[in-house]
Design a protein around this ligand. Structure first.
Ligand code: C5P
Length: 236
């Protein structure tokens, strides 16, 4: 299988076509953005950490019966994935109040939610990814009722699996973002990435933030946090 033309370049990744219609190659960049592109920078080795951590976590999820786009890690930064049509939703799963939820509802960061919170945002950079509900999703034909049920069920199962896994490496999984895609035969599978860019990870003992909030909030030691996640997950 050969990499051919650049299909798309996003804020954190490039996606290439291949000579196989059903497969794409994702290449992870070190570029970092926050607040819908307003803050820009670079985090050394981020691409390599996110690629390897995301593939490791998707491998864990596959073992639990969650279908993902992962096919094969090519090298430190590149992975072969199944081509899908991305459902234009960001699915946010929250266990502990932080970030925009704390702001919106006046909840102190660190407040444990009595039950898991699922939120949907419409993937649209020009609009700043506004939060929407199931009525908007059906009214805008972003997903069918059956697809959204699959997406919600899968998101909750992913949360259970990942929360247990991260607890075993002494990390609190505060919240995270997922994206899903439709395969050519119409199945919903997990796509995009699961990494320190898309999750909030807090050390269980010290509460130290080990994720992109260190970049967003200028907390320093950004690279160290990404390396720590790599070390705890892959032991490297
Ligand atoms: O900013 P907010 O609190 O809504 O983020 C919730 C979670 O979703 C965080 O883990 C954040 O990293 C992730 N997220 C993301 N991409 C976005 C928005 C949020 O990965 N565009």
């Amino acid at each position: 299988m050969k990499k051919t033309t650049l299909l798309y370049e996003g804020k954190a990744k490039k996606v290439f076509k291949t000579d196989d219609e059903e497969k794409l190659i994702v290449s992870y960049k070190d570029d970092a953005t926050a607040f819908n592109g307003v803050k820009k920078g670079s985090i050394e080795e981020k691409g390599s950490v996110n690629n390897r951590v995301s593939n490791y976590l998707m491998g864990l999820l596959e073992k639990e019966g969650i279908p993902t786009h992962l096919i094969e890690e090519l090298n430190e930064r590149e992975t072969v994935v199944r081509k899908v049509q991305i459902v234009p939703l960001e699915v946010i799963v929250r266990n502990i109040a932080a970030g925009s939820l704390s702001k919106r509802l006046g909840l102190e960061e660190g407040t444990k939610m009595a039950s898991t919170v699922l939120e949907y945002c419409y993937k649209n950079d020009d609009l700043g990814d506004p939060m929407i509900n199931d009525y908007h999703i059906y009214a805008m034909s972003l997903a069918t009722e059956e697809e959204l049920k699959t997406i919600a069920d899968m998101s909750l199962k992913i949360n259970t699996t990942l929360t247990t896994y991260f607890a075993s490496i002494n990390i609190e999984l505060v919240d995270f973002k997922l994206e899903f895609g439709r395969t050519s035969d119409g199945h919903i599978i997990l796509a995009d990435e699961i990494s320190p860019d898309t999750c909030r990870f807090w050390d269980k003992n010290t509460g130290e933030k080990l994720d992109k909030d260190r970049f967003r909030r200028d907390l320093g030691k950004v690279e160290d946090a990404y390396q720590e996640i790599l070390k705890r997950t892959l032991g490297k």
